[in-house]
Each structure stands twice: as C-alpha cells, then as structure tokens.
Design a protein around this ligand. Structure first.
Ligand code: ZN
Length: 352
C-alpha cells in the first residue's frame, strides 16, 4: 500500500471549489451572490489563467475568507480530503501568515497576530480521525515589506513545533529589485537553523542564481532543466530537490503542453537531481496528488519506476517526516506476511 508525501501545497489554493462555494453560500458573501449556482463558480475558480500574476490573484480571494475564525473549518476539510482521497501520510502546508490577519489593523498589530495564526493552523491540522504528519512552511512574500518578511523568518524560528521551513512566494518575476533583501533573509534563516525552499525558476523571469545556494529545495525550478541546464550539476551536488507541480504550469500559461515536462524529468534524472511531484494548489486546480501521478504516466512523461523514485524522493526531502523510511516499506512487511502465499499463486496465473 502506497502512502504519499506532499511537499508543496498552498493553504489558499488547497480549498476545493465546492467547499469554498458552500462556505461562501453559508456566509452570504458578495461572491455567493455573483455565483448563485455551483457550476459557474467552479468554472470561474478553476479555469486556466494566462499569466502567473493573474493566477495568483485568486489566492487573494481565498486569503480574504481564511480568517482566524474560518481557518479550522477549511483545514479540517483539507486534511480529511487529503487522508481519504489522496492517501497522504505527510503534508507540508504553506502560506503567508501576515495575509491571514485583518487588513484594517496596523502592520505591527498584524505582525503580532501571526503567531496566533500559526498555532490555529497547527492545532487544526492535527486530527485524530485523519492522522497525517503535517508541518507548516511560512512564506515570505514579494509584495510585503522587509520588516514583515523578517518577522516571518523570526516566527518560523520560534514556532518549531508547527513550522519546518520558510519559502518566498508572490510571483518569481517580482523579486528582482529586492534580490539582496531576499538573499539576506535566506542567509538569516539558515543561520537560525531553518530549512528553506523558495519559488524560483518557475517562469522564464524567475532565474535568480544568487538565491539558489540558500535553498534546500526549489519550489518548481522547472526552468533550470529547461533553460539553464548548466546549473543542474551544482543543484545535484547541493542535494537540492525540485518541487514539480505539473498542473500549475498549464494553469498559469508557463507551459503550453504537459509533454514539455518530459525534458524536465529526463534532464533531472540524467543529472541526478531529485524531483518531488506536488500539487501546489490542489483545490484551485481541482486535481489531487494521485491524479498528478497518473497524469504523468498517461502522457508518457515518466514510467512507474521513475514515479516511485519521485515518491521516495518526496519522503527523503520532507522537512519534518520523522522516520527513515517511507510508510510503504513499513506497511509492506505487515501486508506481505498475509499475502505471500496468495501472491505466489497470482503470479503463476499471470504468467500463463
Ligand atoms: Zn507554489
């Protein structure tokens, strides 16, 4: 039995459209009036956008409803769905805590409230009936001022019970002018012993070689094998893992066709660079992790052996998975004892 690890999922994009629509209906929001019937809402919410910026606008919509009061409602449904439909044993959830605080407050009041948000998310993710190992990644944001991003790093360091790493998000074409700032913040995070990932090399405008050495994993990074393959050697040497989220690139207009991902996987396998397959925004895409796997197989981008290598890599690069092995190998022994005899018979039949 295979259980999976999900390393790249945004809290904002993790709400499946039906759950968001129901929430909006129940709370009588303006959007609910705009979309009185579900199918129109689903179409609006999940249709591909032409740029990453336009796509990220949708996060703003969800952030505005994911308040401290509403977060447990959404997280309960997220963890339940991940357990029942996705067979997740491990989930890293990422978000920008500042953007879950009320926007009428002052910046310093909002910074003060971030710790409460982290605790709410942490407690709401621990469900006895749907046990998944979860941890949080706190995202700095390209649209937020330095002081807020620095406070996010400090909060991550102070909240190790709930938080495993930091990230930078907000569109990889927007870091440019403030690159030195982000390099400094990542260096600071590493000095505090924090683990790191970052949205880089997602689009053609997201190439920042200066930031690369500070990352333990790379959020997306697909432009490295596609456009900057000379970097693969150093990425492999650093043991950095790419978090590849296949559906995203079609939803954001970054790729025209999923077949373009074949080069990403081929070049990474050849160079010895690990890839973890992730969903990014499973709700926004209405695509769950097992379907991302199946989709890559169906389109002959990877084979089963490569898929398993990626699934293994996800557990190996997980920032807070507490075991040496992935759960499949723990369960296999348990299930195998019962079925050894049967499988010998089945094998014989299959060979006929
Ligand atoms: Zn992302």
């Amino acid at each position: 039995m295979a259980l999976y690890a999900e390393l790249h999922r945004h809290l904002g994009g993790s709400v499946v459209p039906r759950i968001l629509w129901r929430y909006l209906q129940r709370n009588d929001s303006d959007l609910a009036q705009r979309f009185p019937a579900y199918p129109e809402f689903e179409d609006f919410y999940t249709r591909p956008r032409s740029t990453l910026d336009e796509y990220l606008e949708l996060h703003t919509l969800v952030e505005s409803v994911q308040t401290a009061e509403a977060l447990p409602y959404f997280i309960y449904r997220l963890v339940r769905g991940a357990y029942i439909f996705e067979n997740l044993a491990y989930l890293e959830l990422r978000y920008t805590p500042f953007l879950r605080t009320p926007d009428h407050l002052t910046q310093s009041q909002r910074i003060d409230l971030m710790a409460e948000i982290v605790a709410i998310v942490g407690k709401a993710s621990q469900l006895n009936e749907y046990p998944i190992v979860t941890s949080q990644i706190l995202c700095m944001h390209s649209r937020l001022p330095y002081a807020v991003n620095r406070a996010i790093v400090d909060l991550a360091a102070q909240s190790r019970e709930y938080v495993c790493a930091i990230d930078v998000a907000g569109g990889d074409n927007h870091y440019g002018e403030r690159l030195d700032e982000f390099v400094e913040l990542y260096a600071y995070a590493r000095s505090l012993g924090l683990k790191t990932t970052g949205h880089l090399y997602e689009t053609r405008d997201g190439a920042y070689p200066e930031l690369l050495p500070y990352l333990m994993r790379i959020g997306h990074g697909i432009q490295i094998p596609l456009e900057h393959p000379h970097l693969l050697k150093e990425v492999a040497e650093r043991g950095q893992c790419l978090e590849v989220c296949p559906t995203t690139y079609l939803q954001t207009g970054t790729l025209d066709d999923i077949s373009q991902l074949k080069l990403v996987f081929d070049r990474c396998f050849d160079a010895g660079v690990d890839i973890a397959i992730c969903t990014d925004n499973a709700g926004l895409h209405n695509v769950r992790l097992p379907f991302e796997y199946e989709n890559l197989l169906t389109h002959n981008i990877i084979d089963f052996e490569q898929l398993q290598a990626c699934q293994d890599a996800a557990f190996r690069h997980a920032f807070a998975w507490p075991y040496q092995q992935r759960p499949a190998s723990l369960l296999n022994g348990l299930l195998k004892v019962e079925s050894d005899r049967d499988s010998a018979n089945a094998y014989e039949i299959a060979q006929r």
